[in-house]
Design a protein around this ligand. Structure first.
Ligand code: ADP
Ligand code: MG
Ligand code: ZN
Length: 501
């Protein structure tokens, strides 16, 4: 392709404070009764005074610190003036030149994505257009809900990186308990700005603007809005790159427009063309004093920063040898990541106390633990729609079960039985194993040898085929022995005997 792809993101997220941004109404935008959580302040009545929500400010500062942002020691709110029916004041209280946080970074796939700013503002009401009716309804439960906005520099070069940035950002919001950030519910909204420039025809100025070299006018960017899933975001950007490159190839001009995404057709479509930059006539909000942020406050917030999901993923890969895919699954939910790590550390202790070296076996054991977690325990969690936080199995007991498998005291079918009992009633896997006679026979193999000899006699043709090199038949014999013995014996022992015979 003869073009450079340039993508910048603007992401909004509703903050999960108890009350709204500038009044004491409950922050519950999805409350079933419309216009229930409202008051004169969030309805924008003249003469009312907004009072900023400390919890919302702290949460944005925490996010800023976690993303290595600079913090404005003096910050302020500004009025962004525009008319829309869901905005009764005629302006939105937002932040213009002194956002709470600026100049941060989030690393995605070894690529440092620069964050321009994170600021705080208020959400609007919600318009409902009942199907087939000639009127629109307004619900102000969402009006005045604290909303944060993160803006990135135009430094993203492909649709996949843009998607992963949004997903990682969502995980971070959840980890830090700032927002539930559900895209379908509109708690998190991602907009992508996309433009294509001819290679070597442009540069980025110090303040992040894209300008053309040698009097070349850079191509306009298109803003993709109202996209309600990560997958759609990626697809919309990919579609847009193709659309713009075809147009540019034909010598057509890209209009500076806002486009939506039609999931069924897999196409973006025009919503409106920006005539010129909207003039919001920002000015300082006269009813709220500037905010002074003390180093004391920042120090306290820094102590609240926990390990972020993308860093945890890197550590999980490094420390336990997990594959990136497994690490992704494990860190996605913080409760799951914590639970897994507790189980791993118990496993390490159990192993050391039985005289084995953790260091040599950690990768194998971590994999065994993750396999049982993801392919066995997850079945129950999915079936019953429960979180790992609420199950009866303790990480310690789960680790013990993994140790029993590792030490070949139980085979996999017994392990599954024990796991199911643990899931239903809780308890110690060793006790369950003994109560149910599930321990694998540790005999010297004498009776097993007789059983195997008998089976071989029963299937002489298969056995001679196996002997003449048809290795696949080994599985046939293992199966027969397992069936005959009800899975009591260790498969390794069975293989050893068959091979000897
Ligand atoms: P606007 O004033 O049109 O909103 P901004 O400069 O405020 O533009 O940038 C808004 C978003 O658009 C940011 O995420 C930024 O990274 C991105 N952006 C700016 N210029 C371009 C461009 N030429 N191509 C793609 N994205 C861009
Ligand atoms: Mg914009
Ligand atoms: Zn209110």
């Amino acid at each position: 392709m003869k073009y450079d792809v340039i993508i910048g993101l603007e992401i909004h997220a509703e903050i999960n404070t108890l009350s709204k941004m500038f009044c004491s109404c409950k922050n519950d935008p999805f409350y079933s009764q419309a216009n229930f959580n409202i008051c004169p302040i969030c309805l924008g009545h003249p003469g009312t005074l907004p009072l900023p929500n400390q919890e919302a400010i702290d949460k944005v500062l925490l996010l800023g610190l976690a993303l290595d942002c600079q913090i404005n020691k003096i910050s302020k709110f500004d009025r962004k003036n525009y008319f829309y029916p869901d905005l009764p004041k005629g302006y939105q209280i937002s932040q213009f030149d002194l956002p709470l946080a600026y100049q941060g970074v989030l690393e995605i796939n070894n690529q440092k994505i620069e964050i321009t700013r994170i600021h705080l503002e208020e959400d609007t009401g919600k318009l409902n257009h009942p199907a087939g009716k000639n009127y629109t309804l307004i619900d102000f439960n969402r009006s005045g809900v604290p909303l944060l906005e993160l803006v990135t520099e135009p430094v993203i070069k492909d649709a996949i990186t843009a998607r992963i940035f949004c997903q990682t950002f969502q995980q971070i919001l959840k980890y830090l308990e700032i927002s539930s950030a559900n895209m379908e519910k509109g708690e998190m909204r991602c907009e992508a700005n996309v433009s294509l420039q001819i290679k070597n025809s442009w540069r980025r100025t110090k303040d992040g603007k894209i300008v053309g070299l040698k009097n070349i006018k850079p191509n306009n960017k298109v803003e993709l809005k109202n996209i309600n899933s990560f997958k759609s975001l990626e697809k919309a950007i990919s579609y847009e790159i193709k659309r713009q490159s075809k147009m540019l190839d034909r010598g057509e001009e890209i209009l500076p427009e806002t486009r939506g995404y039609n999931e069924k057709k897999g196409e973006t479509f025009r919503q409106r063309v920006k005539e010129s930059g909207a003039d919001y006539r920002y000015f300082p909000e006269p009813d709220i004093l500037p905010i002074k942020i003390s180093s004391e406050q920042l120090k306290n917030l820094k102590n609240k920063i926990i390990e972020l999901p993308h860093k945890k993923k890197a550590r999980f890969i490094e420390e336990y040898g997990f594959s990136p895919d497994i690490a992704d699954i494990l860190v996605d939910d913080k409760n799951l990541a914590d639970w897994t790590e507790m189980a791993l550390s118990e496993l390490k202790e159990w192993l050391s106390s039985s005289g084995e070296s953790w260091k040599n076996q950690r990768i194998k054991l971590s994999k065994l633990l993750a396999d049982y977690l993801i392919s066995e325990l997850f079945k129950f969690l999915k079936r019953d729609k429960v979180s790992i936080r609420d199950i009866k199995i303790s990480p310690e007991n789960f680790a013990q079960l993994i140790l029993l498998i590792h030490q070949e005291k139980i085979n996999s079918s017994s392990a599954q039985k024990i796991l199911e009992i643990m899931y239903n009633t809780g308890g110690d896997p060793v006790v369950i194993m003994n109560d149910n006679n599930l321990e694998q026979s540790q005999s010297d193999g004498k009776d097993l040898k007789e059983i195997i000899s008998a089976i071989i006699k029963k299937y002489p043709d298969q056995f001679s085929e196996y002997q003449s090199g048809k290795d696949a038949l080994l599985q046939f014999f293992i199966g027969k022995v397992m069936a005959e013995t009800g899975g009591r014996f260790n498969p390794k022992k069975i293989i050893e005997i068959i091979k000897n015979l």
